[in-house]
Design a protein around this ligand. Structure first.
Ligand code: SAM
Length: 218
């Protein structure tokens, strides 16, 4: 059964999601990500948001060298892999059923001397957050993780836990439904949010966010 069924009857335009692999060149490396839509659904295909995020990271506008980075909802792991290749120490996370496939992709695409810079672990939003250091990351990355209304509150709680006031959050988003902008509204209650990049061809927005100081409600 698919982890999170997203498109029951995919259109031909989505056929690239049904290929057994997707290939890219990022950070001077040829990358080949295995895909398995039938078995694992949305977590086992590379989404455009991940590709645009990698293109943005390559621009060098966000410092990655030596930074502690965590990726949420990593799926195939493309973003975390590219962040590691660009010099970050990356914790690449997803829900438990996605981890075996994710780990295999990470292992297959990182050269041995970079493998130590990436670890794969379970993070189901809002759960077991104590396993991750509060405010312990320089950068939180998420590509196409804003799409399930039920997850908005736990996702926000996860971001609040992981971020200090010095942590930057980068979310690559495809805005498909009005509810997706609802999440941005929720995010703006706790974080300062700006659009850092827009890829017109793929219609992907990259939002950058920083935690706001705690509100002193009267
Ligand atoms: C649309 S896919 C994006 C995958 C990858 N980031 C990409 O852009 O190629 C959404 C990802 O979020 C993960 N996800 C969904 N709900 C989640 C939850 N409650 N906790 C953690 N991850 C979740 C899915 O397993 C999936 O990997």
């Amino acid at each position: 059964m698919a982890l999170v069924p997203y498109v029951e009857n995919p259109l031909p335009a989505l056929s690239k999601l049904h290929s057994a692999s997707a290939q890219f060149r990022f950070a001077d490396h040829e990358l080949r990500l295995s895909q398995d839509w039938k078995k694992l659904g949305v977590a086992a295909v590379v989404w455009d948001a991940a590709v645009v995020m990698c293109m943005y990271l390559e621009l060098g506008e966000v410092e990655l060298k030596g930074k502690a980075v965590i990726e949420l909802g990593a799926g195939t792991g493309l973003v975390g892999i590219v962040a590691a290749l660009l010099g970050a120490a990356v914790t690449i996370t997803d829900r438990q059923p996605a981890l075996e496939f994710l780990s295999a992709n990470v292992k297959a695409n990182l050269p041995p001397d970079t493998r130590g810079s990436a670890s794969v672990s379970e993070l189901s939003w809002g759960q077991g957050l104590d396993l991750y250091p509060a405010g312990g990351f320089d950068l939180v990355l998420g590509a196409d993780i804003v799409y399930l209304e039920d997850t908005f509150v736990p996702l926000l709680r996860t971001l609040e836990h992981l971020c200090s006031d010095a942590t930057a959050v980068l979310l690559a988003c495809k805005i498909r439904y009005a509810r997706d902008t609802d999440f941005l509204g929720m995010l703006r209650q706790r974080f300062a949010v700006e659009e850092a990049h827009y890829d017109q061809q793929r219609d992907i927005h990259i939002y950058k966010a920083w935690k706001l100081p705690p509100r002193e409600d009267l």
